[in-house]
Ligand binder design. Structure first.
Ligand SMILES: [Zn+2]
Ligand SMILES: [Zn+2]
Length: 402
């Protein structure tokens, strides 16, 4: 079997030996560099994605500090992001009537952290227990589609009313969900789940799963601080090799032993520092949705019809993706017509229109330098680029990662 490298070498040798070619030496050097370059890209470091998932925001306690910001700042100052699995009902409970949690979570979302839907209120409608919700694990019975859809919708409504957030990902309460839950999630445009089972894979139709890994800080004492750090680092290394990602699980730091003296925050920060030392630029701290996007890039609403109907424009994946700060976008339009290409942020707000003119059928490509219409560099996150011609619209997602 002839390898790609041999093919490349043969090709170059033939080309360079072509008799009488002017500037042969110069060309030789150039091609040598090209070979080196293609070699080095073969050895490009595979990215390793690290997710910090914090469940049960926020539990009922009067322990101080009650705010999420201390933890968030420790993560953020290291270039990290938190995926907060929020129990929506907590936002409207009397313990949180001062509105502080809502303000903190809203600010968090605007800084690129993710709000993940975590059920509705953590009370099972069948048995009334609080450890599970979407599926009754104590009576081993399934809730109907209507029952689960009601819980998901109520949860989404609260997130929207309080935070103006539409969640993209879901964490099942008590790690319990069934195929009915999956169906309900997809019907509500939630296409990422973080649950047990297949590690990272499409779990059901278009629903992508990124399973959580261990939790080390449920209780964290001074005496097991170092040993837990060591075992986390070795678990993380083996998951890096086998899966390319690690999802660290924590629970609401307000109630976990070690929060009130800052131990959980210090531990998480020390873990992140060790990871950065160990993996350097190969490491990327991302949210659940961003990681899912990386592993499972998928056009948002590209129907199969796009490929069978030649009159529909085609939007190609941007390159590079993720990018920082610029990326190249290309598309093909099958007929002449007025064409627009617009970038939106994940909440659907237009960022900039890159193309708005009459174009002839053909292939086009253009650059986006990561700035908005008013010339500001936009923040890290998921963006949509939308190509429109006549009544045809195609959309893709891309990720700006700084
Ligand atoms: Zn139950
Ligand atoms: Zn929970």
């Amino acid at each position: 079997m002839i390898t790609q490298h041999e093919q490349l070498t043969n090709h170059i040798t033939r080309f360079v030996k072509y008799p009488g070619f002017p500037g042969q030496n110069y060309l030789k050097h150039l091609l040598f560099l090209l070979v080196i370059f293609s070699y080095s890209s073969l050895f490009a470091v595979e990215k390793f994605y690290f997710i910090i998932r914090v469940d049960d925001i926020q539990s009922r306690t009067n322990w101080e500090p009650r705010r999420i910001t201390d933890f968030q700042e420790a993560v953020e100052s290291r270039g990290g992001k938190v995926s907060w699995a929020v129990i929506p009902h907590r936002l409207i409970e009397t313990q949180n009537s001062d509105g502080q949690l809502i303000r903190d979570l809203k600010a968090s979302a605007s800084r690129g952290h993710e709000i993940v839907l975590h059920g509705y209120n953590h009370i099972c409608p069948t048995c009334g227990q609080s450890g599970h919700e979407m599926y009754c694990s104590s009576t081993a019975t399934h809730h109907s589609y209507e029952k689960q859809a009601e819980m998901i919708r109520q949860g989404m409504d609260i997130l929207w009313d309080s935070l103006q957030v539409i969640p993209r990902s879901f964490v099942p309460p008590g790690h319990k969900a069934d195929t009915t839950t999956f169906r309900v999630l997809l019907d509500h445009d939630i296409d990422v789940i973080s649950t047990i089972g297949s590690t990272r894979d499409t779990i059901y139709e278009k629903l992508y799963n990124l399973a959580p890994n261990s939790e080390y800080t449920w209780t964290l004492s001074e005496s097991d601080y170092m040993s837990k750090l060591q075992s986390a680092l070795s678990d993380i290394e083996s998951m890096r090799q086998s899966q390319g990602y690690y999802c660290l699980l924590l629970h609401d730091p307000f109630i976990r032993q070690g929060y009130e003296n800052g131990r959980v925050i210090a531990w998480t920060a020390e873990l992140m520092d060790s990871l950065m030392n160990r993996y350097g630029r190969g490491l990327a701290f991302v949210t659940l949705s961003e990681a899912a996007e990386m592993f499972n890039p998928s056009p948002v609403n590209v129907e199969h019809a796009e490929y069978s109907n030649p009159r529909t424009p085609v939007l190609h994946p941007n390159f590079p993706n993720p990018f920082n700060p610029s990326t190249s976008l290309s598309y093909s339009i099958p007929q002449d017509g007025h064409t627009t290409l617009t970038i939106f942020d994940i909440s659907g707000k237009p960022v900039i229109r890159l193309m708005d003119t009459y174009q002839a059928a053909g292939n086009y490509s253009l650059h986006w330098d990561g700035t908005s219409a008013d010339g500001q560099l936009v923040s890290s996150g998921v963006y949509l680029f939308v190509l429109r011609q006549a009544d045809k619209t195609v959309t893709r997602k891309m990720i700006l990662m700084k």
